[in-house]
Design a protein around this ligand. Structure first.
Ligand code: ADP
Ligand code: MG
Length: 739
């Protein structure tokens, strides 16, 4: 009898076991049984051969129509077997060289599964030397008589030389000898949601009698994925909730009170509400773990700063972690601006309650760095702003009370943990996301955090109008540059965004370092929209700069900004732009997140179809931050029916970040969102969809939280505990593979 953690070779023979391990990395019975069919073909129904594309690896169900044995042409020795297979409408040619014996298998009228790569020969599509599995041979009479195999044949994801039917045959052997199974999904949960038990589900997905069978099985197996994930997140939350933290209660006469008194605007209702919630949570003796999401420009920074000041008031320090140097530097500047005399302790004119804000990044000069480190270690700096350089050893704090992580999507759980470990006791943690995230993502990727959302924008914000402009239309492009000139003439400023920097080495570097790259579809776009790969290179900062200065923007003060500049140069450019000394900033996506210059009112994005939806929404958030009306002009020469063009229309149609985040999710693979293996091969999320399974994920979260609340160590649920351990092992293995 087979048990789930038995090695495969004990049950299916060495050769098949080697093939499965080599092609798919499957080693145990359980791993193979969790390798689900991609689809099913109906035994009575032949594959539509007309839909096959050249170059594709296919598995088709078809019938042999004719067999020809011919001598090779042009004097080459030997014979060629030409077999025509059909689906009733179209035909496909199979060719075999010097294999006349195959005529015994492939006789007219025989049905079989054929697998191979579609190529073209003499203008006809063909499979050269395909593998095939005769259908009559697939089922032994006993199985057929027992009625197990119905009309549906599973087609498995395979690679290399491995064939779907080999997987099928191995799976059948295992299903027939499977031991009793411990079900990771508690019986009560199954009963409440009418889900089959694990054995029934595995049989149902690999050997369904009907499509409804397969559907029920798939639903149950999705539950496995969602439930294990949610149980481990519930455990994480529970464990974090048990940790001790230093309470940071508020003070009526401290830094925060002084700050509120000099704030030049009134907080929005949402900012006040979230602020009170954070104040309560950091005053507790267990660490806060909260995710703050909010529309671009909704004012998350002020909310975070107020929490940081409360911590300083209580004698602690706060760290603010940003994804790039540009953003860290900009945070430093805007925190100092907001704080004024409250942020320059030790300097002339500082307030009594004042603290100091320090910056730690990778490119500081030695002396500056030494001073910043000393300020952090001695507790002189109440607030320390930095990039991932903050995570390095050697960066110490006197009493780290709060970690704020801005624009979270670039920091992983491991990095969060590294920062957390810098306090004697775990600090409170506030994570801020750059864009709104769909609920399903909040419940999974950020599932160990509680969530708050800022929904309203500060009053008096003008709207940003977005237009998609075809690059090929001269008159429209003239209009684009006229708009830029008009805005500058009215005293405003502009961004021109390009996908590339402009010298080959720099572009490579930028991508490798993640400086200009993002989780979004790569800037060349062809990963998502299936455009022909040979597109002209996208607009580049170094090429556009002279072109614009000598052409449509002549006479304006134009400067470039990109990841290849030194930290000082970047900083100098940003400073001059913020001070209004530059009219137009031609930049890469280094300006994507957080850059805050309210006087900028127009953004032109060149080759905009090379960016993903979230990225465009982020970019657009750089304008419309003041009270003047703003424009975002998305320039592209994509055809009007391509996915790239549709993406731009979606961005133009709404400024609702949640809606766009959902649209974005629809264009990504689940594995990418969950940070699982790119191949998706061993990822524990195989069936679950973040886009379609919101209700299921929510139910699984409720059920899993209830189980963990009663039994935090899952001692009464050994199968679930084992499933989780297995999942975490896979995670670890993937993490190590990538590192
Ligand atoms: P984001 O949520 O995108 O990080 P920021 O925190 O950068 O937004 O805020 C955007 C801009 O709005 C900043 O210039 C900030 O000073 C300003 N701001 C924040 N809160 C308010 C408010 N309640 N009223 C007016 N302006 C505000
Ligand atoms: Mg921000």
């Amino acid at each position: 009898m087979a048990a789930l953690d038995d090695p495969l070779r004990r049950h299916i023979g060495d050769r098949s076991a080697k093939a499965l391990a080599g092609a798919l990395g499957l080693r145990t019975v359980g791993e193979l049984l969790r390798h689900y069919p991609r689809r099913y073909v109906e035994r009575g129904e032949l594959t539509d051969l007309a839909t096959l594309a050249v170059g594709e690896d296919v598995t088709v169900l078809a019938e042999v129509q004719s067999v020809l044995h011919r001598k090779n042409q042009s004097g080459r020795p030997g014979f060629r077997l030409e077999v025509t297979i059909g689906d009733g409408r179209g035909t496909l040619l199979l060719t075999f060289f010097n294999q006349a014996w195959r005529q015994r298998d492939l006789v007219k009228g025989r049905r079989a599964l054929f697998a191979g790569k579609v190529s073209v020969f003499n203008g006809k599509r063909q499979l050269a030397h395909p593998d095939y599995e005769l259908l009559d041979g697939l089922d032994d009479p006993a199985t057929v008589a027992a009625g197990f195999i119905g009309a549906l044949l599973p087609v498995y994801p395979v690679s290399g030389k491995l064939r779907s039917w080999t997987v099928h045959r191995c799976v059948r052997i295992l299903l027939d000898t499977l031991d009793d199974l411990d079900d990771p999904l508690p019986a009560a949960v199954r009963a409440r949601h009418s889900l089959p038990d694990l054995r029934a589900a595995l049989i149902g997905i690999h050997r369904p009698a009907t499509r409804a069978d397969a559907g029920r099985a798939k639903l149950r197996l999705k539950w496995d994925e969602a439930f294990a994930l949610q149980a481990t997140l519930a455990q994480r939350r529970a464990a974090a909730g048990r940790l001790p933290a230093t309470p940071r209660p508020g003070r009526a006469d401290g830094l925060l009170a002084a700050f509120d008194a000099r704030l030049p605007f009134a907080l929005t209702g949402g900012q006040r509400e979230v602020g009170e919630l954070l104040a309560r949570e950091i005053a507790a003796d267990h660490p806060m773990h909260r995710l703050l999401q909010g529309e671009v420009g909704s004012g998350k920074t002020v909310v975070a700063l107020r929490a940081m000041l409360a911590v300083v008031d209580a004698g602690g320090q706060a760290a603010l972690l940003a994804p790039t140097e540009v953003l860290a530097t900009q945070h430093l500047r805007s925190l100092r601006n907001l704080l004024g005399p409250l942020g320059c302790a030790g300097e002339l004119g500082a307030a009594d309650v004042a603290t100091r804000v320090a910056l730690i990044t990778g490119s500081l000069g030695a002396a500056v760095r030494r001073q910043a480190l000393a300020d952090a270690t001695a507790g002189q700096a109440g607030i320390v702003v930095g990039t991932h350089a903050l995570l390095e050893e050697g960066v110490g704090f006197a009493d780290l009370g709060l970690v704020v992580i801005d624009e979270q999507h670039r920091f992983g759980v491991e990095q969060r943990d590294a920062l957390r470990a810098k306090g004697d006791r775990p600090p409170h943690v506030l994570v801020m996301t750059a864009t709104p995230i769909p609920r399903t993502v909040a419940m999974t990727v950020y599932g160990d955090l509680e969530t708050s959302t800022l929904t309203e924008l500060p009053a008096g914000r003008a709207t940003t109008q977005t237009y998609v402009v075809a690059q090929s239309r001269r008159r429209w492009m003239d209009g684009v540059w006229r708009r830029v000139r008009d805005e500058v003439a009215a005293g405003h400023q502009a961004f021109v965004v390009c996908p590339r920097i402009g010298d080959a080495a720099a572009d490579e570097d930028a991508t490798a370092a993640g400086e200009d790259a993002d989780l979004d579809p790569p800037a060349n776009g062809d990963a998502t929209d299936g455009d022909p790969p040979a597109r002209p290179p996208a607009a580049a900062v170094l090429e556009q700069l002279p072109r614009l200065m000598d052409g449509p923007l002549t006479g304006l003060r134009v400067a470039g900004l990109h990841g290849r500049l030194s930290a000082e140069d970047k900083d100098a450019v940003m400073r001059r732009f913020a001070a209004g000394e530059i009219d137009v900033l031609v930049a890469t996506t280094v300006i994507e997140v957080g850059v805050d210059v309210p006087n900028a009112t127009v953004m032109v994005v060149l080759d905009a179809d090379r960016f993903g939806i979230s990225q465009l929404h982020q970019l657009r958030g750089r304008v419309g931050r003041g009270s003047a009306a703003a424009w975002c002009l998305l320039v592209a020469d994509a055809g009007e029916t391509t996915p790239g063009w549709e993406r731009l229309q979606a961005v133009a149609a709404t400024t609702d970040g949640f809606e766009l985040a959902r649209a974005d999710l629809g264009q990504r693979r689940e594995g990418d969102v969950l940070g699982a293996a790119q191949s998706g091969r061993r990822s524990h999320v195989r069936l679950l969809s973040l886009l379609r399974d919101e209700d299921l994920i929510r139910s699984a979260r409720d059920e899993a939280s209830a189980v963990v609340a009663v039994d935090p160590d899952l001692t009464a649920h050994p199968a679930l505990a084992a499933a989780i351990a297995n999942m975490l092992d896979e995670d670890r293995a993937e993490y190590l593979e990538k590192a």
